[in-house]
Write a protein that binds this ligand. Structure first.
Ligand SMILES: Cc1ncc(COP(=O)(O)O)c(C=O)c1O
Length: 447
């Protein structure tokens, strides 16, 4: 078996990521990359840096030093194209079942009668059921290395909180999770899993923080939002001297999620496929960026489609400007597509997509026209999720169902134009803990 470096057809040489060998000889563990990929040096123009608000009474950038693990903060600002994945982290990636499978959605193709080939990377195959664990493991690892006893974070639908709870327990850390209240009520089993992994879970807004109290003073029935929950987690980390783990939006999270795209590129190369279209849904952007940026960085000509909910219309109505990632404005301002930090999203089931902003690197690429977008409403994504479940047997998370809907539209357009294109998408999570949401959607729209 010839070991060494693998050369992607698109022309980049990823040293040490794997080996060039026939699929028959493949050890799946070799597909798990040894480096994360960072898009920052490959952006078409420099990324506007995070900054403090004018006449700030304290420096938010300094605050990051207090709440984030040092190495995570260093990597947030790195301009290195490749960042070595620590062996301890790579081992955990393998323990949770990486590489995750790349599957062909043959039955969906048949149901749609499309000439297109549809592949999906299945991140729902991880123990916590989504891609989120890819970014939680390294952050918990770096926090543990710095000797902190506990970490804290926010979560929308519960996927990120679950990933943090498990990653923290992997490294012997305690964890507390501020979960958006409406999701806490809609998805009680998420709390149960987090508790099983040893986390404390609070429905946000809470009375535990000033940010939570302010939100409740404005509206005692506040449904919560990721922006408020994030402010609560940051404030709690500061007060309790814990480390805060960030779930999306900041570019370092897209860096960690690049394992998804790097594996997908390897897996496609092994079966002799090249993508014509790459699709993923966007909450804060780490799912889409992690999946698609490694392809963009290699010079792939694939059309990139980022998908979001029309109920949270940040692609169509967001402004590209400096804004706070969190509602209380504790974190540094970043230049991004945003609906405004005080925007309260409607309580759609795709809790992980209820966020006002888009990661700076992805926002910039959208501004430059390198990434296309689609927005779909809950009724449309329900129909897509049902079709996919019937065809493939996998119930997609409501967030991932947004990508499924875009895939179906692309496959139908391929049929109209008789194009045999290859569509690849990231099925970022399964929906087995979202069944009560699907139950009520079936009642609403008919099953
Ligand atoms: C299953 C699933 N897919 C996608 C997303 C959106 O992720 P990101 O914030 O990385 O864009 C989430 C967020 O919680 C999720 O749970």
């Amino acid at each position: 078996m010839k070991r060494g470096s693998i050369r992607f057809k698109m022309g980049w040489n990823y040293r040490g990521i794997g080996a060039s060998f026939a699929p028959m000889e493949l050890d799946p563990r070799e597909i798990v990359p040894q480096f994360w990929y960072n898009i920052i040096p490959d952006l078409p123009r420099p990324l506007p840096p995070p900054r403090d608000p004018p006449s700030a009474e304290f420096s938010r950038i300094d605050l990051l030093r207090d709440i984030m693990p040092e190495e995570v903060l260093r990597q947030q600002f790195t301009v290195e194209r490749f960042v070595k994945i620590p062996e301890e982290v790579r081992e955990r990636y393998i323990n949770i079942g990486r590489p995750t499978p790349l599957l062909r959605a043959k039955k969906l193709e048949e149901k749609l009668g499309t000439p297109a080939k549809i592949y999906f990377k299945y991140e729902g195959a991880t123990p916590t059921g989504s891609h989120k664990i890819n970014a939680a493991i390294p952050q918990a690892y770096y926090a543990h290395n710095e000797g902190v006893p506990a970490v804290t974070t926010e979560t929308g639908a519960g996927q990120w909180g679950t990933a943090v709870a498990l990653s923290a327990s992997m490294f012997g850390l305690r964890s507390s999770v501020f979960m958006v209240k409406v999701s806490y009520q809609q998805k009680p089993m998420r709390k149960t899993i987090m508790n099983l992994y040893g986390a404390d879970v609070y429905p946000s807004p809470t009375e535990l923080t000033e940010a939570g109290k302010r939100a409740l003073a404005r509206d005692p029935n506040h449904p919560g939002s990721l922006g408020v929950a994030m402010s609560e987690a940051v404030e709690y980390a500061l007060k309790q001297r814990l480390k805060y783990l960030v779930g999306s939006v900041l570019d370092v999270v897209l860096l960690y999620q690049s394992v998804v795209g790097l594996e997908t590129a390897q897996q496609l190369e092994l079966i002799g496929e090249e993508p014509d279209v790459l699709i993923g849904c966007v909450g804060g952007g780490s799912n889409f960026g992690g999946f698609a940026f490694p392809f963009l960085g290699h010079g792939s000509k694939a059309k990139l489609i980022a998908v979001g909910p029309s109920e949270v219309p940040k692609f169509s109505s967001g402004k590209y400007e400096y804004d706070f990632p969190d509602e209380a404005g504790l974190l540094p301002m970043i230049k991004m597509l945003t609906l405004g930090r005080d925007y309260v999203p409607p309580p759609i089931y795709a809790g992980g997509l209820r966020y006002h902003g888009v990661a700076p690197s992805l926002s910039l690429l959208m501004q430059e026209g390198k990434v296309n977008w689609r927005e779909y409403g809950e009724d449309e994504i329900f129909v897509a999720a049902k079709l996919f479940s019937e065809a493939q047997g996998i119930v997609p998370a409501p967030e991932s169902a947004h990508a499924v809907k875009a895939v179906i539209d692309e496959a139908k357009s391929a049929q109209r134009n008789s194009e045999r294109k290859t569509i690849v998408f990231n099925l970022s999570g399964h929906g087995l803990l979202d069944l009560s949401n699907y139950e009520s959607m079936m009642k609403r729209f008919g099953g």
